[in-house]
Design a protein around this ligand. Sequence first.
Ligand code: SF4
Ligand code: SF4
Length: 683
Amino acid sequence: MEISREAFWNIQYGRPVYLGMLLLLPICYSIYRRYRLWSLGKPVEKLEKGRLGSFITGAAKILIHKRLLGIGSIPSSPKELYAGIMHALIFAGMLLLLLVTLLLAVHEDFVPFMHGVPYLIISFLGELGGIFAFAGLVMAVIRRYIRKPERLDNTLDDSLTLVLLLLLIITGFVIEGLRISATIPAPPWERWSFVGFALAEIFGLEKVSLLRWHKWIWWLHVGIFYGTVIYLCFSFPKLFHIIVSPINIFFCSLRPKGALAPIANIEDAETFGASDIDDFTWKQLLDLDACTNCGRCQDSCPAYISGKTLSPKRVIRDMKVRMEERGSKQSVKSPALAGEIIKDDDIWSCTTCRSCQEVCPVFVEHVDKIVEMRRNLTMTQSRMPEAVQLMVGNLFSRGHPWTGAQYMRLKGDWMDGLELNILGKEKNIDTLLWVGCTGALADRNADVTRSLVKILQSAGVDFTVMGAEEPCCGDPARRIGFEILFAEQVQQNIEIFHKHNVKRIITACPHCFNTIKNEYRQFGGDFEVLHHSQLLARLLRDGKLKITGGERRRRVTYHDSCYLGRYNDIYYEPRDILSHLPRIETVEMPRFGQRALCCGGGGGRIWMEEPVGTKINRIRTEEAFKTGSEVVVTACPFCLQMFDEGIRAKELDKDLKVMDLVELVETSMAVSGEEIQKRRETG
Ligand code: SF4
Ligand code: SF4
């Protein structure tokens, strides 16, 4: 007897099920309806080339569930791992079942190939797919209705989707069991359909009844499938992300992660940023439909975690509701989106840490949207928190964002006692040390700048500083949405760099680093930019820095700056430097690398008050303290300040201190006994 079976067997009307192809019509219609909503948005100014490559990479990441399972990054927490395994099982199961169904159709109507071994393998894969999907769906039920994590909403749509999918799988297994039972004694190869074979044992019915039940349940199964697809098409539940997510990944931004989109023709614009749905681009609206409501962004958001009202998930959901309202036939009046539906406090609570985007499985881009709304509040509505107004005032009047800074950028301040090349009329500057406003003007950070200068000089790096001529890089203005000011600052700086033919820029500030490296290009400034951690790691590798030993054994923990890590993927170099330092033991905080918790200072937040909830820097300080480290090491002037405040506020000064990476390197370099003694005395 040949190892095979008749595909439709007991179902005489098998082929008409191909009428199911007609389901493509409602699917296309549904996509068209959503397309009309996305079309409410503005055109995307510049759709970068090279999309296919990035789509393949993005699709591969989804296929292996890279983000959900934490593959190739920091291991997921057990909670995240559970959700990741659950989704991977449903995804793999459904994919296998779809594949087997398609192969069955090919065998039946085009190339009959399911005989012998191919038949056995395909039967086995079908059963495996069913088991995977069933297990994943049961995990989903347990998670949603027993564990009930706060980030899930549990709507009627969620329940209905789970019920329909479970019914689809269960009826599939029952059909298989009835078919095998009706053919008893079943051929031995039917054991490859192992679930159906086991079920066949318990269906103790007469053959006539088995055939009748088989037929009915087969049609029920097909009906549930059609019903699910039609439900998908007309109510547009979150399951529709199966279709929209790949489209969203195809069109995701290919800009460097650290570069916000510029405003085209800013000089002629009458309004700025986004006050309502039609001020966003169609791609930003497409994002809203790709969202699965999984809540991962919310769980990783420092603002949400610390008790603010901002939830990135809610921002996306509220925008989606607004898009649907605006797309409906009825006229929709105020309220506007920015400031009324999404409150000012939420818009200003964002630290632009990018944690939400890093964890989003379907590549939703939250930060751009929040900054678009800030642009509207700042430049169109002139509505900013008082602290932001003060900061803007400082940028205009003093050329830097700080109020009451004691230091100046001049000789006699941070430069005191240092021999430096200060920018004059030179035509060609090979290496410029960009100090940054905070590195020059905040006294704690000026210490870091001095350490960096000494290290560079001892390694023989020839560099120039701008001194009093150094302006702000533009990051604060851009992050608070003041794009006009940012554009002016950048153009001015590029002009200076070009005038002196600057080739390479080194900086200790990840914010300056990110802006000059990734955003100046939008204005025609393309320079080699290095963060100090990159340069120091290189100097250490090349043996140009003489490390002789630390003062004493120390346990330290490294805090990843968002603008160095998540925005620029610099995770390795700072840790590499620490590994070169003798007598330094490094321990990680529970949230590190891509998952590191923000210090709370990015996105202009360092200049703002934080009256609601717990202060983010204090949560992070606590995490650092719990590692038992005596030093929390930073590589960012904002992080340094935020930890400094956190340590003092929590009265942990005796147990924990904060140092920049360069300060730690300096203590490990050849220093005199007298100097070491002095350092010990001053703590
Ligand atoms: S960027 Fe950071 S603070 Fe802003 S919404 Fe995303 S996770 Fe929250
Ligand atoms: S935006 Fe992304 S991470 Fe947030 S709920 Fe939607 S799919 Fe999940």
